[in-house]
Design a protein around this ligand. Structure first.
Ligand code: NIG
Ligand code: FE
Length: 420
C-alpha cells in the first residue's frame, strides 16, 4: 500500500493490544459482544485523520512511508475512543448541596417535589448566557476527553422555554474538539410556570419547540422523561410522534423509577434507544428485542442515587439486545463523565464482562447514534479516534477503578489530551 504524497501520515506502533472491535457493520449482540478482535503487538496507519490499515506490527512497519510521524504506544493498550451515548452536559451551577441533603436522608423525589432537583438547575441555567454556559461546559469537555471519550450524545433539557432550549442546543453545536450528537430534551421536566398543566407544556413542546428545533437543525434526536408524575405515556407518545414526523430520531428515558411502560412505548414508536430501564419487565425486554431498540444502561445514576436496583443487563444480552453503556452525565443523578468508572460499575454490579462492556461503550454506542460507519471501532475507512490507555491488558481498565487510565487521546488523528 502507498500513501499519497502531501497527506498527513501517522503510524501507531507498539500496542500490546490493539483492540479493534472489527466485525460486522452493525451493533453487536449476544456472544459477538465478547469478541473485541484484538491484535497483539498491533499497529495502525492513519492518513488525513482516517484509518488506512491495521494489523500486526510486523505487517505494518515495512509499509511506513519516510515522511510518516510515528507514535510509540510503548507497549500499552489502544482502544477506539469511548462513545458516550447519553449525557446532559449543558447546565449552570451544580447540586453538591442536594447531594449532601440526600446523604442526610432526603430522596431525589423529595427534593424534586420541593422545587429542587432538575428545576433548580433549570433556574440557574435560564439565568446564564450562551457564552457563560459555553465557558462552563468547556471544563466538562476536558473531563470527557481526559477519560478517553471522543464522542458524546448531548441533550438539552435545562432550559424548558423555546429560547432557552435553543440556547442550550447552540452551545452543544459549538463544543469542540469532542464530537457531539445533539438531542432535544424539552420534555425533561414540567417547568414551574406550567405546574399542574403537563398537557399544556407538552403542547408548547409540540407546537413551538419541535418545529423550530427541526427547522434550524439544532438536534438529531428527541428524548422525553417518560415517568408517571412527569410525562405520561400519552404525552410522550404525542411528543415523540411529532418529533418523528419532523425527521428526528427518538430516544426515551424509560422505566427509571417504575415499570411504567416506557420500554414498550419505545418499541411501538421504533425508537433508536430506550435508556435507563432499571425497572423494565421481561415483557418490556422482549418488546425492545422485537423492535430492535437498543437499551442504553446508565449504572452511574443508580450508584450516585444510592440505589442497588441496576438494570438486568444479563437478561438483555441473553435476549439478543445490542446493549449500550453511557454515563448519563448530569448535575443530579449522575455527576460523572468517566466511562472507565461506568465500565467498572457495569462489570461489578451488572455482571457484564469487561469485553462486553467495551463493546457497549464503543461500537454499539456508535450505531445507536447512526455513527457506526465512522466511529466506534478501529477499521480502515473510519475516523482515527483512538485512545492509548496506560495498561497492558484491556481488562485493567474496569479492574483498576478511580484512576485515570488514559495516556493519550486522539480525534481525527490529532492529540486532544495527553497525560505524559
Ligand atoms: O437521566 N431522569 C431524568 N434526567 C436525568 C437526571 C437529571 C437531573 O437530575 O438533573 C437522568 O437521570
Ligand atoms: Fe439522563
Amino acid at each position: 500500500m502507498s500513501l499519497p504524497a502531501g497527506a498527513q501520515k501517522l503510524a501507531v506502533l507498539n500496542c500490546s493490544q490493539l483492540v479493534t472491535l472489527a466485525g460486522p457493520p452493525r451493533a453487536r449482540t449476544g456472544a459477538e459482544m465478547r469478541d473485541l478482535a484484538i491484535i497483539h503487538d498491533g499497529a495502525m496507519l492513519i492518513e488525513d485523520g482516517c484509518i488506512r490499515q491495521v494489523g500486526p506490527r510486523a505487517g505494518i512497519e515495512p509499509l511506513l512511508p519516510n515522511d510518516c510521524q510515528v507514535i510509540d504506544a510503548g507497549g500499552r493498550v489502544v482502544l477506539p475512543g469511548f462513545v458516550d451515548a447519553h449525557t446532559h452536559p449543558v447546565f449552570a451551577g451544580n447540586r453538591a448541596g442536594e447531594f449532601e441533603r440526600r446523604i442526610e436522608g432526603a430522596t431525589y423525589a423529595d427534593l424534586a417535589a420541593a422545587g429542587g432537583g432538575i428545576l433548580s438547575t433549570v433556574r440557574e441555567t435560564r439565568a446564564a448566557s450562551e457564552e457563560t454556559l459555553l465557558g462552563t461546559v468547556q471544563r466538562y469537555v476536558r473531563w470527557f476527553l481526559e477519560s478517553g471519550t471522543t464522542t458524546i450524545e448531548a441533550k438539552s433539557g435545562y432550559g424548558l422555554t423555546l429560547e432557552d432550549e435553543c440556547k442550550l442546543l447552540r452551545v452543544i453545536a459549538r463544543l469542540q474538539p469532542l464530537r457531539c450528537v445533539p438531542t432535544f430534551l424539552g420534555a425533561h421536566e414540567i417547568p414551574g410556570e406550567f405546574r399542574g398543566r403537563p398537557q399544556e407544556y407538552a403542547n408548547l413542546v409540540i407546537q413551538e419547540m419541535l418545529p423550530r428545533v427541526a427547522r434550524e437543525k439544532l438536534a438529531e434526536y428527541c428524548d422525553v422523561f417518560c415517568e408517571p408524575g412527569i410525562f405520561s405515556l400519552e404525552e410522550c407518545r404525542r411528543i415523540l410522534t411529532t418529533a418523528r414526523s419532523l425527521g428526528l430520531g427518538l430516544r426515551l428515558h424509560a422505566d427509571q423509577f417504575s415499570d411504567s411502560g416506557g420500554a414498550t412505548l419505545a418499541a411501538q414508536l421504533g425508537a433508536a434507544t430506550a435508556d435507563h430501564l432499571e425497572h423494565t419487565s421481561e415483557r418490556g425486554i422482549l418488546a425492545l428485542r422485537a423492535a430492535s431498540v437498543q437499551p442504553v444502561l446508565l449504572p452511574g445514576s443508580v450508584y450516585a442515587l444510592g440505589s442497588t436496583r441496576y438494570p438486568d443487563a444479563r437478561a438483555m444480552i441473553q435476549a439478543g439486545l445490542a446493549v449500550v453503556l453511557a454515563t448519563d452525565f448530569n448535575p443530579g443523578s449522575s455527576p460523572t463523565p468517566s466511562m472507565p468508572m461506568i465500565l467498572s460499575l457495569a462489570c461489578t454490579h451488572m455482571k457484564i464482562t469487561p469485553a462486553e462492556a467495551i463493546t457497549a461503550a464503543t461500537v454499539n454506542a456508535a450505531y445507536s447514534l447512526r455513527r457506526g460507519q465512522e466511529i466506534g471501532s478501529l477499521e480502515p475507512g473510519k475516523r482515527a479516534d483512538f485512545v492509548i490507555h496506560d495498561c497492558r491488558d484491556y481488562r485493567e481498565i474496569p479492574y483498576f477503578f478511580g484512576v485515570q487510565s488514559t495516556y493519550a487521546v486522539y480525534i481525527d488523528g490529532c492529540p486532544v489530551s495527553r497525560s505524559c
